[in-house]
Design a protein around this ligand. Sequence first.
Ligand SMILES: [Zn+2]
Length: 398
Amino acid sequence: MARTEATTPAPSGTGPRGRNQRAVVRLLGERGALSRAAIARTLELSPTTVAGIVADLVADGTLVENPADPVTRGRGRPARTFGLAPQGGVVGGVDVGRTHVRAALATADGQVVAEREVPLPLGHSGPETTPIVLDLLADLLEASGRAPGDLRAVGLGLPGPVERSSQTVGPGTILSGWVGYDMAREVGARLGVPAATDNDANLAVLAESRWGAARGVRNAVYVKISTGIGAGMVLDGHLHRGFGGTAGELGHSPLEPAGAVCRCGNRGCLETVASVPSALELLRPTLGPDLTIDQVIEACGAGDPACRRVIEDVGRHVGRGVALLANLVDPELILLGGPFVRAGEAFLGAVRTGLRRDAIPSVAARARVERGLLGDRAAVLGALALALESAPLPGGTG
Ligand SMILES: [Zn+2]
């Protein structure tokens, strides 16, 4: 494939020095910018060796000091860190939701250079959406002054459990038009680049760990409460996908044995009492059939007792579900995402109450419950992080 970008001089050479240079480049490609001390610790090299390698790689243009990141947007970081120099090449991230698709491009150091969201029709299917995604990526490449050949890899996010072996969502997902459809294969084949698909909550926790509220946290859980409930987990510093790739299906934890029948076929699952549809179902008889979740949140903020009560009830149920998970994995940080977090403490406080009620006291006392820092961008930024993991690295081993 023709590449128009100027490639970074590869750390070539044989022997331990060349090998160590390649290890440093690979590490920074995977983890983003790091301090020299962190590089030395991770690669088990002496600080002197790392200082020499970093100086050489800065001198030849492979690395830059204090690269910008997508959250601070160029303000840099307080510590002296080193990351891969921006290349001509970019990676793409795509977050497909029920009613929208958001896409972004980022350079090798993770800086977002273009981002856009377009609406999708309700009930959209994979085959219908792929051309929209391809057009969106082409538009972003053009808008950022890149050629099509500058795209190196694409990460894709879907709101459902994605099986690792097939890269597809199974039956029972909220996107029924996507069951069995391998978007990564289609997009990758059309663009001639590596592409991978993951669940949106997994991508959100990946992004929050790399650039957001969970930076530096080794055990974090991200719970997205929307049409359904999904959880992404970083355990001991690594994204935990499970054996088949579908870990974190918190929404189908059974809470009420005699509860409502869930779309998964069981009864009383968490998401039958803690989701956007369940909240609207409670309020629409009194507030009208066209009520939206944004209106509920706004009314809650304005002091409407019914809306506040429903949001608090959803929060308490979420807290009980999170307690099941917290008892098992003992997280330091529980991040919440999805529309309810916009209700602020009315929702977060209720989640904490539910957690304290059902988790063992030591776990409930340790785990902080906060809203994600990256908001609605978390999944698309995580898709970029996924793409950066699969992109051929500048100066890689070739
Ligand atoms: Zn269920």
